[in-house]
Ligand binder design. Sequence first.
Ligand SMILES: *Cc1c(COP(=O)(O)O)cnc(C)c1O
Length: 399
Amino acid sequence: MTKYKELETKYEFDVYPKRDLVIVKGKNAKIWDNEGREFIDCVGGHGSANIGHCNEKVIAAINEQASKLITCTGVFYNDTRALLLEKLINIAPANLTKAFLCNSGTEAVEAALKFTRFTAKTKFGEEKTEFICAMRSFHGRSMGALSATFNPKYRKDFQPLVPGFSFVPFNNIEKLRQRVEESNGKTAGIILEVIQGEGGVNIGTEEYFAEVRKLCDENNILLIIDEVQTGFCRTGKMFACENFNLQPDIMCLAKSIAGGFPMGAVLCSDKVEIPLGRHGTTFGGNPLACAAANAAIKFMLEEDLAKQAEEKGNYFVENFNKQIEEAGITKIREIRQLGLMIGIELKEKSQPHILNLMDDGIVCMPAGPTVLRLLPPLTISNEELDIVIEKIVKVLSYN
Ligand SMILES: *Cc1c(COP(=O)(O)O)cnc(C)c1O
């Protein structure tokens, strides 16, 4: 065991299922370990590396801001933060007009839940406090976000969680409508991912989201869309909800918002209220994160990264399907893909294949027991995608 593995094993809580790699460097879609081995990165920081590792524009912005001002609490105005807020609202769906800045996805979800409860209670009465969530959802690990997260494995040892959360099958409008009726006017918010990432790359339909929107409007329910993983060009649009003509009341963002630098944000429509002093965070909206985000978003727009993700995703699936067929591989149940958010559902466990791919210079991750999930940086080249395809076809043809 190398020194670094030893140290982490000795001093860090064993909460992550570790891969046997010490990653020390990244550039675009490639990462390197401490022995100089090169990998094509289809983990992409679980979706936080959309603009590529160590993006030059983000490096420059962080360097410049770091020598000017790193920390600045929300009680003062700040130039860099002000420009980011304008930028975020400009790229967001048109009905989202206000933002709250924080430091991670789970914090964005926490804020969304608090804002929703506050708004619903203030406008519609003390009883309107409940949330409806989707089965197989993932919204984070803090107590509120965990209460909206489905996986019993993540939840069971931490109960009691926040009361008032219930789950219905994803992409099933009848079950959702029924739950809203059962709640007797007490539903404050519905929280959904447009594409469930962690839950298996499950893609909702446009008809479903249209009905969800209607259901929310008819029942004074706020619609929270968690775009933490799907946001920032991943699915071929700046935000995945644009693929479905969906306007959320609240949108949660994090992961790729700042080129890999930790940051989160909640964007809200003018239906949402939260008054002075009712929420806050020390580091939220700090100038360093804002500078990184400004540079990252500028890069996405200038490079039309959304279009790139769409084209590369389609390129991948087309060529992958062709080669799978040529190789006569029958282990695949289904491919679910939008842009470069790709889930390959197998008829068997995905984990052994993921380990074999690592030996072949490709890192990727599961999404549930049978899905192989790919979230490469959107700056990945077609040549790199060809290699990914070749290696997946290769490991899937092992017996
Ligand atoms: C990763 C993720 C979160 C949690 O984000 P953290 O920054 O890890 O707290 C929430 N929602 C979705 C959809 C995610 O993919």
